[in-house]
Ligand binder design. Sequence first.
Ligand SMILES: *[C@@H]1O[C@H](CO)[C@@H](O)[C@H](O)[C@H]1NC(C)=O
Length: 615
Amino acid sequence: MTKTLLPEHTDNLKLNEVPILAVKVPLKMKTTWIPCCLSILFFKAGSASPLEKRPNFVLMMVDDLGIGDLGCYGNTTLRTPNIDKLAQEGVKLTQHIAAAPLCTPSRAAFLTGRYPIRSGMVGQGRLGVYVISAASGGLPNQEVTFAKIAKQQGYKTALIGKWHLGLNCEWSNDHCHHPSVHGFDHFYGITMTNLRDCQTGHGTVFVNVLAHIPYRALGVGVATVALLHVRGVVPIRRRLALCLAALVGVAAASFTMFVLTFPNLNCFLMRNQDIVEQPYVSENLTQRMTREAVEFLERNSERPFLLFLSFIQVHTALFASPRFQGTSQHGLYGDAVHEVDWSVGQIMQTLNRLSVSENTLLYLTSDQGAHLEEISVRGEVHRGWNGIYKAGKSTNWEGGIRVPGVLRWSGTLPAGKLIDEPTSNMDIFPTVVKLAGASTPGDRIIDGHDLLPLLQGRVKRSRHEFLFHYCNAYLNAVRWCPPDSHSVWKAFFFTPNFYPENGTGCFHTHACFCTPEYVTYHDPPLLFDLSRDPSETTPLTADSEPAFHAVLEEIRVAVERHTGSVVPVLSQMTPGKLVWKPWLQPCCSSLAQLCRCERDSQRSISTPPQEQPTS
Ligand SMILES: *[C@@H]1O[C@H](CO)[C@@H](O)[C@H](O)[C@H]1NC(C)=O
C-alpha cells in the first residue's frame, strides 16, 4: 500500500531534477568527485537560465471577489481597467481553482502550496475560519511559506492587508502565528478578517448564531411545562424556575456583550508587532494599504522584493473612500471593486516609476468565489458575481472555488494569453520558490506545481490531473482532467442543502456548512463534465454517459491514493483552538479604556495620492 504511494510522493517532492543528476552524472564521470560536482553546478546553472532573472513578486489577493466581477472575465458594468490591462499584458487563467472555498484554509494553502488538511488548517465542525482574535489556532510554525523561502533567498518581504491565519498561542503577545514568524519582514494590516461587525451600521454576522436556536421547540417545551405545572401534574419549585430564567438571562447578556465588544476586541490594525489602531476606521483602509504598499516598493526597489498585497475588501463590511462612493451601478460593492482596481493601478504605476516593471511578476486572484449570502442589514446587495458558475463561497460548486487568476511578467510571459487548463492557488508556492532560486522543501508533499512551463507554453497540459476539493476537513468533490482528453470530470460525494431550496445559497445560515445535518450525500457520487456543463446543472448518469462507471472508478482510486498521502496532524481548528481565550486578547490600552487607540501614521489619508503624470 505505502509502496504504491511512493511514486506519487516522489513526484510531488519535485525529484524530477534530482534523478536526472543521479543517473547522468555517475555514468559520464565515474572517476572523481570534483568534475562530478562541477558538472552538477554547471548543469544547475545551465538549466536555470530563467532563474538568473530572479524576479520580484507582487502577489495580490482580493477577498471574496467573484470571477464575474472583472471586466477581463466578462463583466460589462463594473469598470476594472487596471486589472484588465494586467490580463491584456499577461496570462489569464480561466480554470484557476482555490484550494478551499473559505478564507483561512484557502490562504493557508496559497502560502504553503499544500492542501490545508496537511497543515491542520481545516475545521471539523461548522466553523471553518477564525472569527475571534483571541483564539489559539493558526498556521503552524513548521509549515514553510513562500515568503519564508524568499526571505532566505535575500528577498525583502511584506504582507500588507489581511492575514487570517492566527496570532497567539499562549499569551496575548507571543505572536506565535504572526506573519513575521512565516517569513514576512514587514506587516501592516489585520490578523483577522474584516466582518460586518467591524463597521458601525453594518449589523452583525452573529445574528446568524441566533438563527440556530430552536425557538419553536424551546417555546413548545416551556409552554408544556408551564401548563403541566398549572394543572398540578408536574409541580415545579419556584427556585428552580428562577434559576432557569437567570441562566437564560446570563446567556442573553453574554451574547449582547460579545456583539457589543466585538469591534474593539477583534477589529484592529497592526504594524509589525504593534497594534496601531483599535478598533479601526474602515473607510480609507484601501487607501492606507495602497500607500503602505507603494512605500514598501519605494524602499525596496533596489533589491529583490516580494509583496503580498492582501486586500481587506471586497469582504463585508464593505467600504469605499469618498472618491469612489457612488461610482458604480452596483452600490457599495461595486464602489469597493472600483477602489481595489484603482489600487492595482497604483501598484502598476509605482513599478513603472521605479523601473522594476519588467522584472516583477504580478499575480492577481481572489481567495474564493463571491459570497452570495451577503445581503446587508438594509437589504442592499453586498455580494459579488460568479458569472456562469454555480453557487459561491463556502461551497465547492464552481462558483465557490473558480477564481480569477492573472499573471504578468512582461518579456518572460506571453501577453494576452488565455489558459483553460486546471491550475490552483497552491501553484504560486512552487512557482515563486523556483523563481527565487530555491528548491521546494523535500521533506513534505507539495500539492502545487510550478506554473511557468504552462504559462510560457512549454507544456500544453497542466500537471493537475486530479484536484481534491475539501469542505473544511471533509473531502467534498474531486476534479479529474485526464491527460488524453479535454473532459473535466467533477464528482461530488456530498452537496450542501440550499435554503430556500430553489436558490443556490445557504441564506438561512449565511454560509453553507459541511457537517451531516447540512448536506446531502451521494452514492454513486454526482458526476458532471465541466467541459460540457460548466454551470453544473445536470448530473450525468450511467445512461447519459457511457464512461460513467469508468470515470468514477478512476476517481475512487485517486481518492484512495490521495487520502493515503494525508498524514494526520494536530488540528488548528478544534473548538479549543477557535474559542475566545481572554488571556490571549490583544489589547492596545488597558481593558478599562476598552482596548482603544489611534496611532496609525497612515490614518490621515483621506484622498487618493496624486496620480503620477504619464510620460
Ligand atoms: C458585474 O458585476 C456586478 C457586481 O457583482 C454584477 O451584479 C453584474 O451582474 C455583473 N455583470 C455582468 C454583465 O457580468
